[in-house]
Design a protein around this ligand. Structure first.
Ligand SMILES: [Zn+2]
Length: 411
């Protein structure tokens, strides 16, 4: 069994000549106007978008990308308004890469332009850590899904989504589902379900990430107000971004290590792929930490799990934080950190909210939601939650065996 994995290659365009800079700007402006007009007219099919974009001076690769992208905006992404920093997207048909070891910049990219013979080449500064993938791309070992051009402060950045085949780890019989919840109060919460019981959860605090991001905003604003040199602003930006990347790397590494301690682990994550699709590099500054963290962390956990041979499954994310993991009833968050089950019949009254959510995510590994419905150890009532739902007057007094509070797990 193989699975298709994707990675995003990143390169900075070598500083363009004034003429090329002008053409890049023009492409970006035309694309954004076409995107805005299609969106505002409510074009929700490929042909409706086609009607709008036909008159624009854009290459067919960019128009085709808009035809794919715009109809999804309202449906999948549920967007009510457009961000104003969309990258120019191109379909893979327009992809051309050239390579020569004789040049300072070995790789050159052909920038698609409207009109025959107007495309031009520009040298790329690639991320050295991704050199092998660029070579694979040249050799045809990986294929291009889509590529995007973005203006990033004073430079132009190219992102190339590549697809490649990897061996998919087999899902074992009788696996231990390990759910992960990505949130703002705790950046990452992991919870394994052994014998349908939340077991030894892990908590990774996002406090430093939140702090860093706040600090970055303040620093950048102050530098901009002072009219500081661009290089100085770029330097601070890179500094903070690297620090945040380090946190994501650490959290994802701990997540996979946490999963590895259990027998036959299967990592279960929320399927919010639309967020990941929607996020472009550089855009995270404008997003909530949660969205940024979600996109980056999910991707890194998945990559590291694949490398470690642990299967990863994505489940429906609906109501994972508002449902009681034990009885499946809706509940409420009495505070950010506490989940309260409102079902009188249930043994849970208050539960650490992130662990409750992670437990729900783990429990969704089984699509039928029965055998993995969580119960405290020693409870032999039906596992499908019917005891909790029963309205027949008898109420089994709950011993409340495992009331989970953060304090209990931290001690
Ligand atoms: Zn409950």
């Amino acid at each position: 069994m193989t699975a298709t994995a994707t990675k995003t290659l990143e390169a900075t365009l070598a500083p363009p000549t004034a003429h090329k800079e002008h053409r890049l700007q023009r492409t970006m402006a035309a694309y954004r106007r076409a995107l805005a007009e299609s969106f505002e007219r409510g074009a929700d099919t490929q042909s409706a978008v086609n009607d709008v974009v036909t008159g624009y001076t854009l290459t067919s690769y960019a128009k085709d990308a808009l035809k794919n992208y715009v109809p999804q905006l309202r449906d999948t992404y549920n967007a009510s308004e457009l961000d104003d920093d969309h990258p120019v997207r191109f379909t893979n048909r327009g992809w051309r890469l050239d390579h020569s070891e004789e040049r300072t910049h070995e790789f050159c990219w052909r920038v698609p332009q409207a009109g025959r013979g107007n495309a031009f080449w520009i040298p790329l500064c690639i991320n050295p850590a991704q050199r092998e993938l660029w070579t694979d791309l040249l050799d045809g070992d990986v294929t291009v899904g889509e590529f995007r051009l973005q203006e990033h402060r004073t430079t132009w950045v190219l992102h190339v989504t590549v697809e490649y085949e990897v061996a998919e780890p087999e899902e074992p019989d009788d696996p231990t589902p390990v759910g992960f919840d990505i949130g703002e109060s705790k950046l990452l919460t992991g919870c394994a379900c052994q014998d349908n019981t939340p077991t030894n959860p892990m908590l990774f605090d996002g406090g430093r990430a939140r702090h860093l991001r706040k600090e970055m905003f303040t620093t950048l604003r102050r530098l901009q107000e002072r009219d500081a040199a661009e290089w100085r602003i770029d330097e601070r930006f890179d500094h903070h971004q690297n620090a945040l990347t380090d946190i994501v790397e650490k959290a994802s590494r701990e997540a996979v290590e946490y999963a590895q301690q259990f027998e036959k682990p299967v990592i279960v994550l929320e399927d919010l792929s639309y967020i990941r699709e929607h996020l472009d590099y550089g855009k995270w500054m404008n997003r909530s930490l949660h969205n940024w963290a979600f996109a980056r962390l999910t991707g890194r956990i998945e990559d590291k799990a694949l490398e470690a041979g642990i299967p990863v499954r994505f489940v429906n994310p609906a109501y994972t934080s508002q449902t009681c993991h034990a009885c499946g009833h809706p509940g409420s968050r009495s505070s950010q950190a506490q989940f309260r089950c409102t079902n009188d019949e249930c043994w849970v009254t208050e539960y650490q909210a992130d662990i409750n959510a992670a437990g729900n995510i783990a429990g969704r590994l089984n699509p039928w939601g029965e055998s993995l419905s969580l119960k405290p150890t020693g409870d032999d009532s039906p596992r499908d939650g019917s005891a909790c739902d029963s309205t027949a007057g008898h109420r089994t007094p709950s011993p409340k065996p495992g009331q989970t509070t953060l304090a209990a797990f931290q001690s």
